[in-house]
Design a protein around this ligand. Structure first.
Ligand code: B12
Ligand code: SF4
Length: 481
């Protein structure tokens, strides 16, 4: 069957430049199952909705799948409606975090036949087989659909994929891959970059986090991971890779084996990963460094012990400081992410975060806490009426650089100005602690990453924040891609 997968953007003119692994895994599985798969990538190819609908229509697909996380809802909805009109006979589905956590809204708003909940590879393949043969599909696990009365019906739960090595590698070739591979490394130098998903799942339960992959951590074998990176080097000449996994560093022997294979088979290749602060130590970090790791981003989130407790992070500010220090001492760049506006946040707790950044000598985007669907704070914010109209809330989703829902006891204006000043103070403090190296590096990086207009915008934001005037904050996604 001809199947067309569509990747919606998350805002006009805004690009995450991050390869959509979920859709690429689903595409690869469908292709392996014998289907003729096309991808229309609105973000990677910079397509308008009109252009995307025209491209999908030209394929004349029997099935269409819309991807993208919940932050892309606006475009998913527009696409779904337009595709339903243009291709009324095509079977229309959507997957990823929105379709998983709020299937009813997706089914109705995007005019879907079915929403795919959770991991999509096997569900999409089974569904395509049933649709192609005209068979019954409603009992396939991992789906949601509307009953004739308009009620959302869930089919049985889909089990998580047991053996990740058995999944085909992402179908990079179906995407405009060059637009994802061209990137800048952390120092602003142009490079060729593509990441690899090494594991799925996380046993922790941070209250702001949505975990599509369940509590059990499933890892690919180090051999399969390194073989995939070798293939990326061979096919696309990448020089830089990384692991977006939630808990890459949590299993010591696994990380050490990946490092050993990287050293032996991919000398000179640099890589980065996300880390959890209580899972690293000196020896592990030094092995990571030896095998080419030069950048680790930790989810720190707050410098306040009370806030970390509220978030159920199960780490302390001291552990965070220690991980950042050890990472730097091992010769790598350490970065952290922070959020402001959790239930119980006050001026004092924000001040503790600013102080933490000073002690850690770190600057990082401070995003607003946003209750994403599927998280505990989403349930709580729904229950206490802070979210209101759900569809409007989804429409307004962004990269958490503007305040969507205020979970604190402060007024919106207070919270916004608190965040603006905290961001400006940590940013300026960081630059001024080593002005002669850090300011030129920042200017160069922004120039390369966003061009002169982007540089001017961000400089204005920094100056605006420092002087108390308007500020849109720094780029919400400063991870260099
Ligand atoms: C890398 C990453 C990013 C990258 C970009 C991701 C992208 N392509 O846009 C960056 C750093 C830019 C980013 C930004 C943000 N991210 Co992010 N990110 C991730 C991360 C770590 C990995 C995503 C990934 O590649 N997973 C691997 C693939 C294989 O899994 P998957 O995408 O879920 O796909 C599977 C299923 O969803 C399904 N599926 C997916 N698409 C489709 C399509 C069809 C048709 C079908 C049938 C099935 C299907 O099948 C796939 C295979 O099983 C996840 C955490 C995680 N572990 O997933 C968070 C995560 C997705 N991000 C999240 C958030 C909140 C954000 C931000 C809003 C953060 C912020 N505060 O600014 C921004 C949003 C910006 C934006 N562009 O929209 C949340 C989403 C929460 C939610 N309820 O949606 C997550 C889950 C983190 C978390 N644990 O809370 N992110
Ligand atoms: S924030 Fe990280 S550690 Fe916490 S539940 Fe999510 S993936 Fe796990």
């Amino acid at each position: 069957m001809r199947i067309c997968l569509v990747y919606p953007p998350y805002g006009s003119g805004r690009r995450s430049k991050y390869f959509p692994f979920g859709l690429a895994y689903v595409a690869a599985s469908l292709r392996d199952a014998g289907h003729d798969v096309t991808v229309v990538d609105m973000e990677g190819s910079d397509l308008s909705v009109d252009a995307a609908v025209a491209q999908v229509s030209a394929v004349k697909p029997g099935m269409i799948g819309i991807g993208g996380m919940v932050t892309r809802f606006r475009y998913a909805r527009e696409l779904g409606r337009r595709l339903r009109e243009a291709l009324p006979d095509a079977f229309l589905i959507a997957g990823n975090s929105g379709a998983t956590t709020l299937p009813g809204i997706y089914l109705e708003s995007c005019r879907l036949d079915a929403a795919v909940r959770g991991e999509g590879e096997t569900t999409a393949v089974e569904l395509a087989r049933a649709v192609e043969s005209g068979g019954e599909w409603r009992e396939i696990p991992g789906l949601a659909y509307l009953s004739p009365e308009g009620r959302t019906v869930l089919s049985p739960e889909r089990e998580h994929a047991g053996d990740l090595d058995a999944l085909p590698w992402p179908a990079w070739d179906l995407f405009p891959i060059e637009s994802y591979i061209h990137s800048l490394d952390h120092r602003g130098k142009p490079t060729r970059h593509m990441e690899v998903v090494a594991s799925r799942g996380c046993p922790f339960e941070c209250v702001y986090c949505y975990r599509i992959y369940g509590r059990r951590v499933r890892r690919r074998s180090p051999e399969s991971i390194v073989a995939e990176i070798e293939e990326l080097v061979r096919r696309y000449r990448i020089r830089y890779t990384g692991f977006p996994d939630d808990l890459f560093t949590s299993d010591r022997s696994f990380v050490l084996e990946v490092c050993r294979l990287m050293r032996e088979r991919l000398p000179g290749l640099r890589w980065s990963c996300l880390g959890r602060v209580n899972t690293v130590d000196e020896d592990l970090l030094s092995e990571m460094k030896r095998s080419g790791c030069y950048w680790i981003s930790y989810g720190i989130e707050s410098g306040s012990a009370v806030m970390l407790e509220t978030m159920n992070r199960r780490v302390t500010p001291e552990q965070c400081l220690n991980a950042l220090r050890l990472t730097r001492e091992a010769g790598m760049h350490a970065e952290g992410s922070f959020m402001i506006g959790m239930y119980g946040e006050t001026r004092e707790t924000v001040e503790e975060t600013v102080e933490f950044c000073r002690k850690a000598d770190i600057t990082a985007p401070m995003l607003f806490v946003t209750p994403y669907p599927g998280t505990r704070i989403f349930d709580r914010a729904m229950a206490d009426g802070r979210i209101g109209d759900l569809e409007r809330f989804l429409e307004s989703m962004n990269a958490a650089d503007s305040l969507l829902v205020n979970l604190t006891d402060m007024t919106d204006d207070e919270l916004r100005s608190l965040r603006k000043r905290a961001q400006a103070r940590t940013g300026l403090g960081y630059l001024l602690r080593r002005p002669f190296t850090r300011i030129p590096a920042l200017i160069l990086r922004h120039l390369l990453l966003m061009g002169p207009a982007g540089l001017a915008r961000d400089l204005a934001a920094v100056i605006g924040s420092a002087t108390g005037r308007r500020s849109k904050g720094l780029d919400p996604e400063p991870r260099v891609r």
